[in-house]
Design a protein around this ligand. Structure first.
Ligand code: COA
Ligand code: ZN
Length: 309
């Protein structure tokens, strides 16, 4: 069976923007439930300025505790610059992700650098991470539309992706940061990117602002992409990108993939358990488009098992 690999980004993309303060214990428990559900890869935190993103101030502590509790789980941490890499490496991170936006204004708002500086800093950070023996991901953010500059042409997305490849990124994550893409353009853009970089180097990261996250993931899948970001319960959104809602929910992506003949290695009932935990921590209802059906379906299944026992 064909296989897709999902990186759950909920502890980073999902929790960076929450109004309630989430404890390190609760973050660890969320990662643990994702691992129990069979999620193969988790972006656990970011080593960014605690002034810019107070929710990620416990990054070093969390990485150490995740490594100790779940030594075989593949985990990564977002780093915006060399200082972030230094902190991540000291904490024992084994994989990092740099974040380069495809427009000048988004880089300025997000990491206080213009496009050239953000590109150079991302390249230096990738090179240094490789020298330290870490695996690397490179986000190319606002790859479809920018909240400040509007529609983003394909040219900078191709150019910056090639720069990240040349700096040695193990994977380039094409991100629809505000959830403005539609499947038709995802198909054409991902075909161009696959032709340039090969499908194996690419991943996609969709937000579900307009309800098109799953359709966009399907378009990328048909273009040959097999690596996907998603967030359990659909939590997420960048504090510096106005209008961004949550990510494509991991449970929606798993449901779509498995029902279409792609293995994920992820157990949907286990994901429901992670969603329930995130709801108890954040104090509000969460879940992707399929959550009501999934809950009914797995409640019935649990009842059948009880009756059979
Ligand atoms: N981690 C922690 N602190 C950092 C840091 C990092 N990765 N990078 C810089 N700093 C500190 C500096 O040491 C300095 O501290 P001081 O004031 O005590 O001397 C301070 O932050 C300012 O440093 P400077 O290099 O001038 O950074 P800046 O103010 O231009 O901010 C970033 C740049 C990248 C650090 C900041 O914009 C940031 O953290 N952005 C993250 C955005 C984000 O997480 N977006 C969501 C995910 S895409
Ligand atoms: Zn995102």
């Amino acid at each position: 069976m064909d296989r897709i690999v999902i990186t759950d980004v909920s502890p980073r993309d999902g929790l960076q923007n929450q109004a309630v303060n989430v404890s390190t214990d609760d973050k660890l428990e969320l990662v643990r439930r994702l691992a129990t559900a069979g999620v193969p890869s988790v972006e656990v935190t970011s080593f960014v300025s605690p002034k810019a993103v107070p929710q990620m101030a416990d990054a070093a502590d969390l990485v150490q505790r995740v490594n100790a509790a779940l030594p075989t789980l593949q985990t990564s941490a977002l780093v915006p610059n060399l200082k972030g890499l230094e902190r991540a490496h000291a904490a024992g991170a084994r994989e990092i992700a740099v974040v380069l936006s495809a427009t000048r204004t988004m880089n300025e708002r997000n990491i206080n650098m213009d496009l050239d500086e953000a590109t150079a800093v991302s390249e230096r950070t990738l090179l240094e991470a490789r020298r330290l023996g870490l695996r690397t991901r490179a986000y190319v953010a606002v790859a479809f539309e920018c909240p400040f500059e509007g529609k983003v042409p394909l040219e900078p997305v191709l150019r910056l992706s090639a720069r990240m490849r040349d700096a040695g990124a193990d994977r380039i994550v094409i991100a629809d940061t505000i959830g403005a893409a539609a499947p038709g353009e995802v198909k054409t853009r991902m075909h161009e990117l696959v032709a340039l970089l090969g499908a194996d180097l690419l991943a996609v990261h969709f937000h579900d602002t307009r309800g098109l996250g799953a359709a966009n993931a399907w378009a990328a899948l048909e273009a040959g992409v097999r690596h996907f970001d998603a967030s359990v319960g659909g939590i997420g959104g960048c504090p510096f990108a106005p209008g961004a809602a949550g990510n494509l929910a991991t449970e929606d992506l798993v449901l779509m993939a498995e029902r279409s003949g792609f293995a994920t290695g992820i157990d949907l009932a286990g994901l429901l358990d992670a969603v329930a935990f995130a709801e108890s921590v954040l104090g509000r209802q969460l879940g992707g488009r399929s959550i009501a059906w999934l809950r009914r379906h797995y409640a019935k299944e649990a009842e059948r098992k009880r009756e059979a026992a």
